[in-house]
Design a binder for this molecule. Structure first.
Ligand SMILES: Cc1cc2nc3c(=O)[nH]c(=O)nc-3n(C[C@H](O)[C@H](O)[C@H](O)COP(=O)(O)OP(=O)(O)OC[C@H]3O[C@@H](n4cnc5c(N)ncnc54)[C@H](O)[C@@H]3O)c2cc1C
Length: 391
């Protein structure tokens, strides 16, 4: 935390922390300790090396952070605020670490839990909670992620099996996953298939040379006549509702996660500007810098309050996906603007990975794009307000 004379916590000006239950506060503290002691020291190097630090998976699992909202199946059964706080603390370290947990929890374990057979749940959920099995979520295709109704990957019946053909692009965890939840067209509508890594005809190819989310694995998936048994189809859902409901879960977590990245940037610049002497006084004593810090604080505070209320609504079972869109749009935009401005305030030092803003800034370029771009979320709100679909 930054040194400050203020009686308020500069990273939590409206004391959102005081709104948390004892359990929620305890979850936040536990994850924060792990992030400070274990994750932050590793993530910068992982980003520079363009690798996901797989050694953290067992620790994340041990803390109960995988599938934390699921009850039973060796999962922690925590509420939505806890899930949000987990995302916030993890993304304080790096968006890549939070992405791993988001995908495993919201995009893989959630649909298996919500739409899977009992056999699928028993097989995958405890192993995924323990981090022994890794999952990925294949929705996006090369021809355009914003329009999932145009999915070309398809599955055709062959006796009691299905034959899967097509490809997916930009898939987090894709080349390290033991199982991929793949959304494909069938004669009766879109269905989810659990495709296992060793099924013949299934290949995954890591996407290299990313300048964003370098500490996260991203891959292209290819399906060439992959034979998938009926027992690997998610029986409980047909149509776009399946993947869209998963995205609502993950996007909710992202609204919290990006607050962590923004807090890390503000923390850094508060410290830096009080130490940096220019024109005979600390940079933080100038009006222009104070205005910029104040603006960061305003944006973080707004984002925190949005996510807190969103979580309470979600826990009451009253969540509307367009509310998630508004918060995903607002909070990602806020975090990205804060990271870019923090990078600038650091001057030349801002281009060095020794300081966190440039890494968060580069990561947030992905976070504002995936799980629905900013424009897509704006159009969701436009539709909510006018009743007109303008996509
Ligand atoms: C690091 C990373 C990890 C990812 N992980 C996953 C994953 O695990 N699983 C998965 O399925 N996908 C994943 N994605 C894909 C991501 O969800 C898509 O990139 C995203 O949905 C956008 O799709 P696109 O890249 O094809 O862009 P496009 O859909 O081609 O959009 C291009 C531009 O057009 C704009 N646009 C689109 N429609 C309209 C419109 N109607 N009017 C005006 N403008 C419009 C968009 O806002 C955007 O600016 C990941 C992406 C990244 C970068």
């Amino acid at each position: 935390m930054a040194a400050t004379n203020s009686r308020l916590n500069p990273l939590d000006l409206f004391n959102v922390r005081s709104e948390l239950s004892e359990e929620e506060a305890m979850v936040q503290d536990t994850v924060a300790r792990f992030v400070d002691d274990r994750a932050i020291p590793k993530m910068r190097e992982a980003f520079e090396q363009h690798v996901f630090p797989r050694e953290l998976i067992a620790e994340v699992a041990e803390l109960g952070l995988l599938g934390s909202s699921i009850e039973g199946y060796d999962c922690a059964g925590l509420n939505s605020i806890c899930y949000g706080l987990i995302c916030q603390e993890l993304e304080r370290a790096d968006s890549g670490l939070r992405s791993f947990v988001s995908v495993q929890s919201s995009l893989v374990m959630y649909p298996i839990h919500a739409y899977g057979s009992e056999e699928q749940k028993q097989r995958w959920l405890p192993a995924m909670a323990r981090g022994e099995a890794i999952g990925c979520f294949g929705l996006t295709e090369p021809q355009g992620g914003s329009d999932p109704s145009n999915i070309k990957t398809n599955a055709k019946r062959d006796g009691t099996d299905w034959i899967l053909n097509g490809s997916k692009m930009w898939i987090t965890n894709g080349s390290v996953a033991d199982a991929a939840v793949v959304w494909a067209q069938t004669d009766t509508g879109l269905k989810g298939f659990i495709v296992e890594k060793d099924m013949p005809g299934f290949t995954a190819q890591e996407i290299e040379n990313k300048f964003s989310l370098r500490a996260s694995v991203t891959a292209a998936l290819f399906f060439d006549d992959v034979r998938v048994p009926e027992t690997s189809v998610l029986p409980g859902v047909t149509g776009l509702k399946g993947p869209l409901s998963c995205l609502t879960q993950a996007r909710y977590g992202i609204t919290w996660g990006v607050i962590g990245a923004a807090q890390a940037c503000l923390d850094e610049v508060i410290r830096y500007t009080s130490d940096r002497i220019l024109f005979g006084r600390p940079l933080s004593h100038t009006q222009a810098i104070q205005l910029r810090l104040a603006d960061m604080s305003r944006r973080i505070t707004t984002a925190q309050l949005l996510s807190l209320q969103l979580g309470r609504i979600k826990d009451r079972g009253e969540l509307n996906p367009s509310q998630v869109s508004l918060a995903k749009w607002n909070n990602c935009r806020a975090a990205l603007d804060i990271a870019r401005d923090a990078r600038d305030i650091l001057g030349a030092s801002g281009i060095s990975a020794e300081y966190v803003p440039i890494r968060h800034m580069l990561n947030l370029e992905s976070v504002i794009t995936y799980e629905g771009t900013e424009t897509i979320h704006q159009l969701v709100i436009g539709k909510e307000l006018t009743g007109v679909n303008a996509f």
